[in-house]
Structure formats: structure tokens, C-alpha cells
Design a protein around this ligand. Structure first.
Ligand SMILES: Nc1nc2c(c(=O)[nH]1)N[C@H]1C(S)=C(S)[C@@H](COP(=O)(O)O)O[C@H]1N2
Ligand SMILES: [Mo]
Length: 321
């Protein structure tokens, strides 16, 4: 990761990973306000606590990391979230996602594959070397972040599962709302949350099966223990806390597309020329940036056009948004 870049983040926003992890465990234990503790106080508490220190993910550098970006602070990445299973306000997931139990956890691969398989999360973690990839992240709501993710290309898992030639799409299913840790939100969407990609999009090396960020396992509010990240698409294409991956023949249903098809297309490629019916996508608000840098132009395919534009050759991206 861009270690040099981290030094540009105000010192008050840097949290040593170990302290951060222990802090998360305190939050899990419902110690209110732990997030606001000064580092040395957190350190003190951490040492007094019986919880074992979390393992850091060891990551290798990646050719697919986007150079020259300054990562958003860990605080913003973990306190400005969309995760409707845990509430509809941006700060709800940070407050509520401690309820999510991420072990034991398994991911079922089903549908048009040679062999349906269920992966235990700890095996899935070890399937390939974990890469650190700094990506731009653009939400459909016209805000953006830069996030140092950890994972490996989804294509590695797909190859492992040997999809049949009829498999043209892939669907992701998030944790089921019947799990007891979920709150009875009326978020206006139906559960479980689902997302989908065309097979060539899913096979693109930039599409990341994601297990961590900032060199640690994913904070619950960011979609632990495993999510997908598709950096050239709006954030909602990146399903969190995945329990099922289905290989299918036809374009699968996806939560936001089913709810409001005129607002959220199946493709949802970041596109400054295709406004959302209720707002412009020409510019974006950079979360955590100094005031004078808070608004920046949105880039076609979120800046990944060189790598992904060829996937959409011949398509009308205003119509197929
Ligand atoms: N299961 C699930 N996945 C989800 C969502 C959700 O509500 N539930 N929200 C999506 C949206 S709209 C965005 S912008 C990203 C936010 O990811 P982040 O909170 O880690 O930044 O997650 C996406 N994945
Ligand atoms: Mo989003």
C-alpha cells in the first residue's frame, strides 16, 4: 500500500492497526464511545482486555493497485457507510454492525458450475495470496473515497469453481435478513440484498474478492467477512457480507435495479454523462478532503476506462446504464 501517502492523513486520524482492532472488539462488547478514545487510552484498555489481538492480513503489492491516490481515513471508511441491513443512515452501520457474527461463515457456490461447493471463510481467505489494492470508490449518491482494500481477483475463485459455458452472469447474495443479528429495519428494500455482474465483468482482474482494508480483516460495517469490490461501477454493485455466489444463464435480479429500475441500472458503470434522474453525476464530493478539494469531476468508468471500456464496446451506455 501507499505507505508514504498515509503520512498525508492528519495524525489524529491515523490509528495503529492493533489498537484499531482491539477497539473494534470493545465496540463489539458495546463499550460506548470507544471510537472516540485517544490512542493511548485505547492501548491501555487493550492491554487490560482478555481478547486476543486480531491477526493482521499479510498482503503483497499488486499490479492492479491505482497509483497516486491518497487513501481516505480509516475513520471515514468505517463511519460513513451504506449497509442497509444495519440501518439507512450513514453512521448506522458503525453503530449496529457489531451484531454481525462473522464466524463461523461459509460461502456457497451454486448454479451452473461443474461442482457446487461450500467454502469455509478461512479456506477462502487462503485460496490465493492477499493483495493490497488501492481503488477509487464512487457511490451512486455522488460521493467518493479512496480505499486500500485487501483481497484477490474474483476470477481466481471463479476459475476454481469451473463454471459451465452456459453461465453468462453471476449473482451475489448477502447475508439473509432472518439472521438474528439483523435489526428489523424497514429500509424499503427486500432481503437478502442481491447483486450481479455479467461473467466477463466478474472475470475482469480488477473485480476484487475482498476480505480486508488497511491491512486488517474487513470491519463489519464494510461487509465482513467477504464482499466484492468493482471499482469502475457505483458502490451498490459491491455486495457485502456474501453468503452465496450463483452462476446463472440470464441477467439476475439485483436489489436496487428491482426496486427502482429507472434510477439504478443493472450495469451502473460510473458515468458522468448519464445523470441519475434526481441528481447530476458530473461531479462528486470527496469524503474527508479539505474544503477546497471536496468537489471533483467524476471520471468515466471511475478512471478505469483504459482497463474496462472494451467490455462495453458497441453498447449504448446512456441506455444501458
Ligand atoms: N449487503 C449489502 N451490500 C451493500 C449495501 C447494502 O446496503 N447491503 N450497500 C451498497 C452501497 S449503496 C455502497 S455505496 C457500498 C458501501 O460500501 P462501504 O460502506 O464499505 O463504503 O456497499 C454496497 N453493498
Ligand atoms: Mo452506494
Amino acid at each position: 500500500m501507499a505507505q508514504e501517502k498515509m503520512s498525508e492523513i492528519p495524525a489524529s486520524e491515523i490509528t495503529p492497526k492493533q489498537i484499531y482492532m482491539n477497539r473494534r472488539k470493545f465496540m463489539a462488547a458495546a463499550v460506548a464511545g470507544a471510537a472516540a478514545l485517544a490512542s493511548d487510552r485505547a492501548m491501555h484498555l487493550a492491554h487490560a482486555s482478555p481478547v486476543e489481538a486480531a491477526e493482521a492480513l499479510s498482503t503483497v503489492k499488486s499490479q492492479y493497485s491505482t497509483p497516486g491516490l491518497t487513501p481516505t481515513s480509516l475513520f471515514d471508511i468505517t463511519h460513513y457507510n451504506n449497509f442497509y441491513e444495519f440501518g439507512v443512515d450513514k453512521d448506522d452501520p458503525a453503530k449496529n454492525a457489531w451484531r454481525l457474527k462473522t464466524r463461523p461463515w461459509s460461502v456457497k457456490v451454486e448454479g451452473l458450475v461443474q461442482q457446487e461447493r461450500t467454502f469455509d471463510i478461512d479456506d477462502l481467505l487462503k485460496l490465493r495470496p492477499m493483495e493490497e489494492r488501492v481503488y477509487r470508490f464512487r457511490c451512486v449518491e455522488a460521493w467518493s473515497m479512496v480505499i486500500p482494500w485487501a483481497g484477490y481477483s474474483l476470477s481466481e475463485l471463479i476459475k476454481e469453481c469451473e463454471p459451465k459455458p452456459e453461465a453468462k452472469y453471476i449473482q451475489f447474495v448477502s447475508l439473509a435478513s432472518t439472521k438474528d443479528e439483523l435489526l428489523p429495519w424497514n429500509a424499503g428494500i427486500s432481503w437478502p440484498y442481491t447483486e450481479g455482474l455479467r461473467m466477463d465483468e466478474a472475470m475482469h482482474p480488477l473485480t476484487l474478492l475482498t476480505f480486508g482494508l488497511y491491512g486488517q480483516d474487513l470491519p463489519n460495517q464494510d461487509g465482513a467477512p467477504v464482499r466484492v469490490v468493482v471499482p469502475w461501477k457505483y458502490g451498490f454493485k459491491s455486495a457485502k457480507s456474501i453468503v452465496k455466489i450463483r452462476f446463472v444463464k440470464n441477467q439476475p435480479g439485483t436489489t436496487w435495479n428491482e426496486m427502482a429500475p429507472n434510477e439504478y441500472g443493472f450495469y451502473s458503470n460510473v458515468n458522468p454523462n448519464r445523470d441519475h434522474p434526481r441528481w447530476s453525476q458530473k461531479r462528486e464530493r470527496v469524503i474527508g478532503a479539505p474544503l477546497w478539494k471536496q468537489s471533483q469531476p467524476t471520471l468515466m468508468f471511475n478512471g478505469y476506462g483504459d482497463q474496462v471500456a472494451s467490455l462495453y464496446k458497441g453498447m449504448d451506455l446512456i441506455k444501458d446504464y
